[in-house]
Every structure is written in C-alpha cells, then in structure tokens.
Design a protein around this ligand. Structure first.
Ligand SMILES: [Zn+2]
Length: 127
C-alpha cells in the first residue's frame, strides 16, 4: 500500500530505503494488524530537528484503518495522537525496539537501524 507522493524532497539514501522496506513488512504499530503496512512518514520526509535530517527515518508501519486517522482528507496528526493515546516518538520507539529484537533473533539481519543522532533527534523532539 502506498499513498501518492505529497511533495518533492530529498530522496532517501540506501540505508533509509532499507529501513523503509523493513518498516513496510512490519505489523501495524498501533493495532497489530499483520503487515505489509503503509509506511507513514510520521512528520513528513523533510522533518529536521537539532540540525539532523530525520524525516526518512521517522517512519511508522500503519494499517489502512489506523492510517486513515492520520492522513488527509479526514485525519490529522492531532486526531491520530488522540486516537492512539501515544506520542508519535513513543510509537516509533516501539517500532525500533521491535526491529532490534527481530535482528537479535536472526530475522531481518540486513535491516539498518537509525543512527544515534537521528534517534536522539526524534526522542528529543518528543512528539
Ligand atoms: Zn492499525
């Protein structure tokens, strides 16, 4: 599942694309609906904080139903946060933990995890 591109932006590099590919295979981070999922750019591909361009790493696997709360025309990030009761960075943190444990268990060994500065930037943003 894929939404049309909303705007042109810097293309994702190899590691970011590998991360996106694995994110797509994950179950919905909100309700657990089995993947493949929609890869949602939590705050858009251009998201940048503390001079770190984190947009291509700030991805959430979402099922169609959960994505609807976030994507336009009927959804919004505020509505989505209301619905999930969680901050985007907490959902993202769980997503990273899931990928880490898959990797530890020898599944999806080839996944690239976010660099520390990206991780810190997203957690510092705190939304
Ligand atoms: Zn869902």
């Amino acid at each position: 599942m894929q939404r049309p591109r909303s705007k042109t932006t810097k293309h994702a590099n190899t590691k970011e694309r590998s991360f996106a590919k694995h994110t797509k295979e994950c179950d919905c981070i909100v309700c657990g609906q089995p993947g493949p999922s929609i890869v949602d750019h939590a705050l858009g591909a251009t998201f940048k904080h503390n001079k770190v361009h984190a947009g291509h790493w700030y991805l959430l696997p979402l099922c169609y139903s959960c994505d609807k709360f976030k994507s336009t025309p009927n959804g919004s990030t505020a509505r989505f946060i209301d619905m999930t009761g969680k901050r985007l960075c907490d959902l993202w943190g769980s997503h990273i933990e899931n990928l880490k444990s898959l990797k530890l268990n020898g599944l999806c060994d080839d996944v690239d995890l976010p660099p520390q500065d990206v991780y810190d930037s997203i957690m510092d943003w705190g939304r």
